[in-house]
Design a protein around this ligand. Structure first.
Ligand SMILES: C[S@@+](CC[C@H](N)C(=O)[O-])C[C@H]1O[C@@H](n2cnc3c(N)ncnc32)[C@H](O)[C@@H]1O
Length: 304
């Protein structure tokens, strides 16, 4: 859209990119795309430009730099522009390229699942620290989404079985495919249902781990536009404090987890004090672990 002859900066159309001549090489396309994405408020515009252009051309990011003056044909240009235009509307890169890496593993990601976040590696790390390398037994991953936590644990602990639950049928399918993708599907049992309800047949599990939704509804207006593309079911917690899932997990996990086991949940950076006050019958006091910036990220309750 044009206002008084000027390009309207709110227009998401990538065709508003200020290039009269089409950028005919990788170098020129990168040079045009980076400031355009930055002008749309995209953090890390250069990185995103590289990822999207490489994806459109079927190349690795590094390959772009090995052939910067490679000419681009109309099809390649159209493909790259379509992806960049969507990123300009703040669609997450992971949905545009269909994968996201966590714990050094590439996971399939669709708009049905949360994009795995680096902070979830703290949950994986904490669980692994409490599960010896030669551990044998079962762990439940509630709220599995893409299955990234379940698959990472299975990848690191060959004697483990994981029962993963999610209320979203579509998320369960993605989790199953990620299990297959990483060759751990024979030890991954994905079950559709609310928190630990699908696990009524289990007892003596080593642990329950979960990254439940924990964003408060009143935070919605201040969230980055990217989060508007992610499933609300994956983001917003229950109740005013958004800790309803954590509360219910604490109540449901007791009969499932063997004494000496644990429940570990990811939490929001401002929720450290609140989780410590949650009722935890059958479990010891919460041990809250911080990230490198000193923000609380995981709460762990040892089963007494
Ligand atoms: C924050 S995402 C976490 C996904 C994945 N574990 C990760 O760490 O990236 C939360 C997931 O919980 C699921 N979920 C929401 N409410 C649930 C419930 N009551 N029972 C089971 N899963 C639920 C959502 O569908 C979503 O996939």
């Amino acid at each position: 859209m044009s206002i008084g002859g000027a390009v309207d900066s709110r227009s998401p159309s990538f065709h508003a990119v200020p290039v009269t001549d089409k950028p005919r090489t990788i170098r020129a396309l990168l040079a045009a795309t980076t400031p355009w994405l930055a002008s749309r408020g995209v953090d890390g515009a250069r990185t995103d430009a590289e990822i999207l252009i490489a994806h459109a051309l079927g190349l690795r990011r590094l390959d772009l730099y090995l052939d910067l003056d490679r000419p681009l044909d109309d099809d390649e240009l159209a493909k790259a522009r379509a992806l960049v235009a969507r990123r300009g509307k703040r669609e997450p890169v992971a949905y545009l390229v269909g994968t996201r890496e966590l714990w050094g593993l590439a996971f399939e990601v669709t708009p049905d699942v949360l994009v795995p976040r680096p902070e979830t590696e703290h949950l994986i790390e904490l669980a692994l620290a409490r599960l010896p390398v030669d551990v044998e037994g079962a762990v439940v991953d509630a709220c599995t989404g893409s299955g990234c936590v379940a698959v990472a644990l299975l990848h690191e602990r060959p004697g483990l079985r994981v029962i993963a639950t999610d209320v979203s049928n579509a998320a369960c399918s993605v989790a199953l495919r990620n299990g297959e993708r990483h060759g751990v599907d024979d030890r991954l049992d994905v079950r559709l249902g609310d928190l630990l309800a699908p696990c009524a047949d289990l007892k003596d599990v080593l642990a329950v781990v979960a990254n439940p939704p924990y964003v408060r509804e009143d935070e919605r207006p201040s969230l980055a536009p990217e989060l508007g593309f992610e499933p609300a079911l994956a983001l917003f917690g229950e109740g005013d404090d958004a800790l309803g899932h954590h509360r219910r997990l604490l109540a449901q996990a007791r009969p499932l987890v063997r004494p000496g086991g644990f429940l570990a949940c990811e939490i929001g950076a401002e929720q450290g004090q609140h989780v410590c006050a949650l009722p935890h019958e059958g479990f010891g006091d919460a041990i809250v672990s911080n990230d490198l910036a000193g923000r609380p990220r995981v709460a762990c309750w040892p089963r007494t």
